[in-house]
Write a protein of this length. Structure first.
Length: 183
């Protein structure tokens, strides 16, 4: 509703790409929203280099390792674990498609921030804003929201106040309700 620009959804899993295609059709957005069912490493077959204004990404959070417990459901396993793409693949793809001085927005895990920042630097992506997300004010943050910019310049990082999802009565906080429900 806020843009007339083309929107591309990139999903490697056919089952999820089919769901997005169904949603596009149900919302009569076939002339604006395009579902790409392919590996993000093949993105330049569909989208030219340095042409995207904004990227929004929810990458797999968990590395593969000796102690990694992978979900039995293969759809969830691929979505949550670096089975098909790792952090370098994702950030490299963002760098390729994103215009200079344009933004990418990621949701990620706080425990992998140092690795994320290191790879971002290698890919000429600078963190601009960062916000931690907590389920309740007494719990540690389990997510981090990041606003990145593709630039050759150094960027200053602004750390915003934490987003708390639930209050002490386990109801959505006012801010979380506004984000999730629009009210």
């Amino acid at each position: 509703a806020k843009t007339k620009a083309p929107i591309y959804l990139v999903e490697i899993q056919k089952q999820l790409a089919d769901l997005s295609q169904k949603s596009i059709a149900e919302n009569h957005l076939e002339q604006q929203v395009y579902s790409i069912n392919d590996d993000l490493k093949n993105i330049q077959k569909y989208i030219d280099h340095d042409t995207v204004d904004t990227v929004v990404c929810n990458p797999p959070y968990f590395k593969l390792g000796d102690k990694t417990v992978i979900k039995d459901n293969p759809v969830l396993a691929i979505a949550r674990h670096e089975l098909k793409a790792n952090l370098t693949d994702i950030l490299s793809t963002i760098k390729v498609v994103l215009k200079e001085n344009s933004h990418a927005y990621l949701v990620y895990r706080p425990e992998r921030l140092s690795e994320l920042f290191s790879i971002m630097t290698q890919q000429r992506l600078q963190p601009k804003k960062m916000r931690f997300v907590r389920t309740t004010k007494s719990k540690d943050a389990n997510l981090v929201l990041l606003d990145l910019i593709k630039t050759v310049k150094e960027a200053s990082l602004k750390v915003e106040p934490d987003l708390v999802i639930y209050d002490d009565q386990h109801r959505l906080t006012k801010e979380a309700s506004l984000i999730i429900n629009g009210k």
